[in-house]
Design a protein around this ligand. Structure first.
Ligand SMILES: Nc1ncnc2c1ncn2[C@@H]1O[C@H](COP(=O)(O)OP(=O)(O)OP(=O)(O)O)[C@@H](O)[C@H]1O
Length: 618
């Protein structure tokens, strides 16, 4: 039986955050905080920093079940690193008890500075400041898993010494989360909606909520107090959902019908194309075949050039139906067979993401090939990186773009298909598609197979471009090779950064990003991370918890710092920071996707939802 209790935890709040991709970091912090508070309570009575190892699995299982019961999606426990990053045993550098933590050097400073109330930003910062100094002293440059476990152990030791309300106050500061608990409600109101209804954990006596109890036992009292009105409400909701489902099914059937019609038309001109039935997933009416005549007219007989790329000239086009698009006229048509062109379209047309420019259609007539893309008035990422007449992108924006692009890659399951056992797997694409030089996976050259790890390689190159503002191939040199000498030494990393923003770069994030670059551009695909692993590292480096700690040390004069770790600008020298290890192999493995490299653009659009202004610390 698991002795940890989640009594009073506002799991419903966490559940709503966890269902939103943009709130993943916050979701994990809430889950981490709930568990840390329960461990602090357990430490209060046993002095142990977490459950014994023989109960570890039992607790992880019970907690995941409970979280799931209250609406936390199952994948949240995976992306939060439940069990690794969020353990139920906080053994920190051999310290397994509260007493050992309390006795460690400088812990006294943490206790002094973390007295509640910590609701004021400055007092919380002081507490975090003391925490980072303590951890820095204790760990030196340990990997981030050790850092996070020891941070949690610090919290548990601290919170085990105070009452429950104070423990919540410290947790809010430590994990940067608000509203961790909900007040007990004596009688659940039948009129509440299912989401807003009081958590069973709260509605019944907290003491009944040992996670080791069978779930049905736990909710017994709750069920008894439910009035029949809830049954009526549930039936009404079920009927409404059924109606919505019918409408959705009808809409989907119409979409499929439309898409098949388009396929039929397309297959007339492309007899040997691969199956195109799934072309329009997500946006069927947006993708179509254009005629040469239409394109000629829309581009004023090819007089509206907006740029030139590796694959051809790009024109701005105004179509008679009001569509404004960027038309890419492909060079060297003869080198790419019709079949390959169609393959590429199949791949590209299936990519739909708010951070990827979408393909609106294609044309293959008169020995010419065109791809018609959504027009982005603010130009492409490359335009922003390489045009001297634009304001350089700030470091914060660059990190955000890196996260957005990684998110787009994770979200796209273009070539994923369900295998016989029902799990998702990814097929390698054996194809003659040529990628943009500089981005191509070196393994592809040998194997002629594009895999999800080829995407990861290209992503690594893109990250390098974002950091350096250099092109993938510049001065006849491949960017990955060019960067090697800088990546060999941590001290030289800042020399890689675009000179126009070098002074404002966040060294900790730079360190993380370059670790990601190194990992993504490994020669062999199997040595590279998945995009999800990349995303986690990037999220971690933008996690306010980590950066909160660093900022606290950065901005505050703290007596215990012994004058260490500051450079002339008052920032910590990166060698004195607690860095990520750069090797995220311990992170849960996941899959990404395989796809063509041609003609993909990551574009920027001011005011679009892609860069939420409230993303912290990036
Ligand atoms: N969808 C678009 N909307 C607006 N402008 C675009 C669009 N696509 C391309 N452009 C413009 O055309 C230029 C060339 O684009 P293109 O994608 O062909 O080459 P590129 O970005 O240099 O990449 P590559 O190395 O793949 O050739 C871009 O720099 C940009 O200014």
């Amino acid at each position: 039986e698991c002795p940890l209790k989640l009594s009073g935890s506002n799991v419903t709040l966490a559940a709503s955050l966890c269902s939103n991709n943009d709130d993943r970091g916050k979701c994990c912090r809430y889950i981490n905080a709930f568990i840390a508070v329960s461990i602090a309570q357990y430490a209060n009575s046993t002095s142990n920093l977490g459950v014994p190892s023989n109960l570890s699995d039992v607790c992880l299982h019970s907690i995941s079940q409970t979280l799931e019961l209250y609406g936390v999606p199952r994948n949240a426990t995976a992306f939060c690193g439940f069990g690794t990053k969020i353990p139920v045993n906080y053994e920190c550098k051999g310290r397994t008890t509260v007493t050992q933590m309390l006795r460690s050097p400088k812990f006294i400073d943490v206790m002094e500075n973390c007295k509640v109330p910590l609701s004021e930003e400055s007092s919380c910062k002081k507490c975090l400041n003391a925490g980072i100094v303590y951890l820095h002293h204790l760990l030196g440059t340990e990997d981030n898993i050790t850092l996070s476990t020891c941070r949690d152990a610090t919290f548990a030791a601290l919170a085990s010494q105070v009452d429950d309300a104070s423990a919540i106050g410290i947790a809010s500061c430590f994990f940067q989360v608000q509203g961790l608990i909900i007040l007990p409600v004596s009688e659940p109101s039948p009129s509440s909606t299912p989401k807003a209804s009081p958590s069973p954990l709260v509605a019944s006596s907290p003491s009944q909520h040992s996670l080791g109890l069978p779930l049905n036992e736990k909710h017994h009292s709750y069920h008894l107090t439910m009035v029949p009105g809830v049954g009526i409400a549930v039936t009404a909701v079920a009927v409404m959902m059924l109606l919505v489902l019918i409408v959705l099914i009808r809409r989907k059937s119409r979409e499929l019908l439309d898409s098949e019609n388009i396929d039929k038309k397309s297959s007339k001109s492309f007899p040997s194309t691969p199956p195109m039935r799934k072309f329009q997933e997500g946006a069927p009416s947006m993708f179509r075949k254009f005629s040469y005549k239409e394109i000629k007219k829309a581009t004023e007989t090819f007089n509206t050039i907006i740029g030139r790329g590796g694959f051809g000239t790009v024109y701005k086009a105004h179509f008679s139906d009001g569509l404004v698009a960027a038309v890419k006229r492909m060079n060297k048509v003869s080198e790419q067979g019709e079949h390959e062109f169609c393959r590429e379209i199949v791949l590209l047309a299936r990519l739909h993401h708010r951070h990827l420019v979408s393909l609106r259609g294609f044309c293959s007539e008169k020995h010419e090939r065109f791809l018609i893309y959504e027009y982005m008035a603010n130009g492409s990422l490359k335009d922003h990186l390489h045009s001297s007449n634009r304001t350089p992108l700030t470091w914060r924006t660059r990190v955000q773009i890196a996260i957005d692009v990684a998110n787009a890659l994770v979200a796209d399951f273009g070539l994923a298909h369900a295998s016989k056992d029902g799990s998702i797997c990814f097929e390698a694409v054996n194809t003659d598609i040529r990628g943009t030089p500089g981005y191509m996976d070196p393994e592809y050259v040998v194997t002629q197979e594009l895999t999800e790890k080829s995407d990861v390689y290209s992503y690594g190159v893109l990250l390098l471009e974002i950091v350096t503002a250099r092109r993938a191939i510049q001065d006849n040199r491949n960017l990955v090779e060019w960067s090697q000498k800088y990546m060999a030494s941590e001290l030289r990393l800042p020399d890689l950064v675009d000179p126009s923003i070098r002074d404002s770069v966040d060294l900790d994030q730079l360190q993380t990003i370059m670790s990601v670059v190194r990992w993504c551009t490994q020669k062999e695909g199997r040595d590279r991370p998945s995009i999800k692993q990349v995303l986690r590292l990037l999220y971690e480096s933008s996690d306010p918890m980590y950066s909160g700690f660093l900022a606290a040390v950065d901005n505050e004069e703290y007596e215990g710092t012994e004058g260490r770790g500051r450079n002339s600008k008052g920032k910590m020298h990166r060698n004195d920071m607690i860095f990520h290890s750069g090797d995220g192999r311990y992170l849960a493995s996941s899959s990404s996707t395989s796809r063509s490299y041609c003609s993909r653009s990551f574009l920027l659009e001011n005011g679009s939802p892609q860069s939420p202004p409230n993303i912290p610390s990036v």
